[in-house]
Ligand binder design. Structure first.
Ligand code: FAD
Length: 290
């Protein structure tokens, strides 16, 4: 059940990222979406924690539901900014009592009015250490940035901090979304040159609308290739959002296929709590499990 151990047989895998449904009423639709996506036989399901600064809670409960009701291996996210160092051990105990064995430790982004992370939890590496102090058998993932984290002054500095997260005890990494596969392989090579060969799972976002692209670019500052943006805008002008979705699906399928063909172990996809587009992308990429 530890994520790196599940990646064993060389078959490329798909993993999925969800955010907790807004309320109890939204849960049945959410579980139905997850059920539809189970055709992909995801290696694991990640559940975000307040991503985008919306303050949403319910990460652990959602992860527990996915584990118990859908039989999925789950990976709840934990952030520095939404945690007090003293509460981490209790959370880790709660995870273990629900059978959760994997967690993604990220710093998070500071909500308005919060100048810095809580004392003792300035960086994701601090959280990795605290989680391991609480339970060293828990498998801890961290975030990686093929396009470099926006606060980093250079690619080298960013890679060095990623290496430090591994040194602090991280077992694997999941990347930020990116659109240029060369950036991912370059990052993996740079890490290997520093002696770090742990699992790094690339993330792909299938684009469904122009509005989504703009929102995401402002949130995570991933550059979008000019040609892709132009193709999306042209599609929108000619055929509206349906045509944008078509371009997005094609681009994501080509990107996914390119990643696994060039040796990536699998791909982490963002369904945004909807099933259709990701199913379509995996089908087009020729990776739909039998
Ligand atoms: P860190 O690793 O702490 O890095 C932050 C910055 O500090 C970087 O510039 C880094 O180079 C630098 N740095 C790192 N270590 C050190 C050090 N020891 N000394 C000095 N500088 C250092 N956000 C959410 O709020 N909720 C989520 O659920 C969530 N899920 C995510 C999942 C993935 C796969 C990814 C890629 C991101 C996710 N995020 C989420 C966003 C993330 O919280 C932000 O990108 C945040 O700005 C950085 O988080 P981090 O864990 O990479 O931080």
């Amino acid at each position: 059940m530890l994520i790196p151990d599940l990646v064993g047989n060389g078959e490329p895998f798909i993993s999925l990222e969800f955010f907790p449904p807004r309320n109890e009423e939204a849960m049945p639709v959410f579980l139905d979406t997850v059920q539809r996506l189970s055709r992909l036989k995801p290696l694991f399901a990640a559940v975000t924690s307040g991503a985008g600064g919306d303050g949403a809670t319910g990460t652990l409960q959602t992860a527990q539901d996915l584990c118990e009701k859908q039989g999925l291996t789950v990976m709840p996210h934990m952030t520095c900014v939404r945690n007090d160092p003293s509460s981490i051990a209790a959370q880790v105990r709660e995870m273990r009592s629900c059978g959760i064995r994997n967690v993604l430790a990220v710093r998070g982004d500071f909500p308005d009015g919060m100048a810095s992370a809580p004392e003792g939890l300035r960086h994701a590496s601090d959280l990795v250490q605290r989680v391991h102090e609480a339970d060293e058998s828990l498998c801890v993932g961290v975030a990686a940035y093929p396009d470099t984290h926006p606060e980093s002054s250079s690619v080298d500095q960013d890679i060095e901090y990623l290496r430090l997260k591994f040194e602090a005890g991280a077992d694997f990494a999941v990347t930020q979304l990116f659109f240029d596969n060369r950036k991912y392989f370059d990052m993996v090579e740079r890490l290997a040159a520093k002696g770090c060969t742990k699992l790094v799972i690339p993330s792909v976002l299938p684009i469904r609308s122009l509005g989504q692209v703009r929102r995401l670019m402002s949130l995570c500052s991933t550059p979008i290739p000019g040609k892709l943006l132009a193709a999306l805008e042209t599609a929108h002008a000619k055929g509206g959002e349906q045509a944008v979705r078509e371009v997005g699906a094609d681009y994501a399928a080509t990107q996914v296929r390119g990643l696994v063909d060039a040796g990536a172990p699998g791909v982490h996809l963002y369904p945004f709590n909807r099933a259709g587009l990701c199913l379509d992308v995996v089908e087009r990429a020729g990776l739909m499990p039998n």
